[in-house]
Design a protein around this ligand. Structure first.
Ligand SMILES: Nc1ncnc2c1ncn2[C@@H]1O[C@H](COP(=O)(O)OP(=O)(O)O)[C@@H](O)[C@H]1O
Ligand SMILES: [Mg+2]
Length: 511
């Protein structure tokens, strides 16, 4: 007797439909799983058998062979348990013959007791099931919120095997999960506001420009000047995510298993701040079963590298390609996987070991060679990919003790949103995929970032004086475009160019 149920698997961050076929023959009762299962899938045998027995359901009294198709993709994980369970229940006669499951997809891992455990990557799998025409999707109860983001399908959150059997038999029905209402507007982050940061007007302005254009930014200054403080507050001035961005980021977080139980979408741009002891694979992704790294977890959000020179060179250098492409390719035995990784890079560093090189208020105690060595940890090509550099001087007492209230994040964010909207309108017809100026290609720069003769002159002077690379030149134009957008100006004026040039001038002072 042949019974069939559908499940879904994961390849990278995308799901695919899996057909679970169960064939029974008259022989000693046994269960075998074929179809390129990994260890976790093979162990489904024990889990499903125990779950059936401990739920008071019946196992087939014959030999059952379960095949997971397509057979040429290596199946990973434990989310096929529920579908295997359904085929066995049907084979043993525990499901009424009229229980229809052709339009169903079953996703979830079973424990020995029969309880259904949360799974990774549910959102991607539900999307794949929907694309394959499945309309009723059974997922672990803990993942129902995440699955309910997908419209046009009925989602059922399952707590245990007996409940699922009762539902399919029509004795006790599970209520479908309500489609969640999604609010991407982002409430303020408690305890974090731009107004907490005193003084540092230039750095704040640079942050605002970075936020408006999605530009990478490097902050440099002595300890205690507020670099880390400012970076942590960047998410409070970033524009909300679009639904598409939120969906992509959620897929990545779900596949990585960091989506909190019950959460539907990641509604706020991620802010990842990995410690400098992390390895290159943890940064860019990889491992035996490749998982997204920090750069992908930061997709559509911020990757903050605090104390940049402390990061090993192989780790910072591994960022170069993803910074350029907005995605990263991880090679593995079974093929190549691509993870999205379009993020804003925010870096902070002291200018030298003691932290006071170039400071006006305190003497630097480092030797010249040591300063050079310290700064040389940041390679030219990486610096070249950072659009904005800004210096944070040590605060003086009057600034720190000032009672004046600075601008709130809400005010800054409003300007950022306006600037992005201004840019979006410009790209709407010709390049609708373009979400921020930082992603302008060289060709698009020629098209959208024109300036007049006076602006051209400033650029030429800067190019010659700073020994700038072609990449540096493009970066200035992108940033100038953003500054003009903050001004709601169609034209990039010499003033906009001059400010953009200034935001690139630390190369010369330090490197
Ligand atoms: N501009 C500032 N406004 C208010 N407090 C500040 C400022 N800069 C530093 N501080 C205080 O100093 C502490 C250390 O700042 P931090 O951002 O960690 O400095 P950095 O990262 O530049 O070494 C902060 O927690 C805050 O209390
Ligand atoms: Mg710091």
């Amino acid at each position: 007797m042949l019974t069939v149920a559908y499940s879904a698997g994961l390849f990278g961050i995308d799901g695919y439909l899996v057909t679970v076929e169960c064939d029974t023959v008259c022989d000693m009762p046994d269960l075998e799983i074929v179809g390129l299962p990994d260890a976790a899938v093979r162990e489904a045998k024990q889990r499903v058998k125990a779950a059936i027995v401990n739920s008071g359901l019946r196992l087939p009294e014959v030999k059952a062979t379960v095949n997971l198709a397509p057979a040429d993709i290596k199946k990973e994980g434990s989310a096929f348990d529920l579908a295997i369970l359904v085929t066995l229940l049907r084979a043993s006669g525990s499901l009424t013959p009229s229980a229809e499951t052709e339009d169903c997809c079953f996703i979830g891992e079973l424990s020995f007791s029969g309880a259904v455990r949360a799974a990774r990557g549910v959102l991607s799998m539900v999307l794949a099931a929907k694309a394959a025409g499945k309309t009723r999707i059974f997922v672990p109860f803990a993942n129902a919120g995440e699955a309910s983001v997908v419209d046009g399908v009925a989602v059922y959150g399952v707590t245990d095997a007996a409940q699922l059997a009762a539902h399919l038999n029509g004795t006790t029905l599970i209520n479908p999960t309500e489609e969640c209402s999604i609010d991407l507007s982002c409430a303020p982050i408690p305890g974090l506001d731009f107004s907490d940061v005193k003084g540092q007007a230039r750095a704040k302005r640079a942050m605002e420009i970075a936020a408006a254009g999605g530009h990478n930014i490097l902050m440099i200054g002595p300890p205690g000047s507020g670099k880390s403080m400012l970076a942590k507050r960047l998410p409070t001035v970033l524009p909300p995510m679009t639904f598409g961005e939120a969906l992509e980021t959620t897929k990545i977080h779900s596949v990585s298993g960091i989506l909190p139980d019950g959460q539907s979408l990641v509604c706020r741009r991620p802010f990842r701040s990995p410690h400098h002891t992390l390895s290159a694979p943890s940064m860019v992704g990889g491992g035996a079963i490749p998982k997204p790294g920090e750069i992908s977890l930061a997709h559509n959000g911020v990757l903050f590298l605090d104390e940049l020179p402390e990061f090993p060179k192989n780790v910072t250098e591994s960022l170069r390609q993803p910074l350029e492409d907005g995605k990263v390719t991880v090679t593995r035995a079974a093929g190549r996987l691509t993870f999205p990784s379009s993020f804003m890079l925010v870096c902070a560093m002291n200018p030298c070991k003691c932290g006071y090189y170039g400071s006006a208020v305190r003497q630097c105690t480092c030797k010249k060679d040591d300063i050079k060595k310290y700064l040389s940890k940041i390679s030219g090509p990486l610096l070249d990919r950072i659009d904005i550099q800004v210096e944070l001087p040590a605060l003086d007492f009057s600034e720190l003790s000032s009672k004046e209230t600075a601008e709130t994040s809400e005010t800054v964010r409003e300007r950022v949103i306006k600037a992005r909207e201004f840019a979006r309108k410009r790209y709407e017809s010709e390049a609708p995929e373009l979400l921020c100026n930082a992603r302008l290609t060289a060709r698009q720069i020629r098209r959208f970032c024109q300036t007049d003769a006076a602006g051209e002159q400033i650029l030429k002077t800067a190019f010659d004086a700073m020994g700038m690379s072609a990449r540096g030149y493009d970066r200035i134009l992108r940033v100038a475009r953003t500054i003009a957008d903050l001004d709601a100006s169609d034209n990039i004026s010499p003033r906009h160019i001059a400010e953009a040039v200034q935001l690139r001038s630390l190369d010369r002072k330090y490197w």
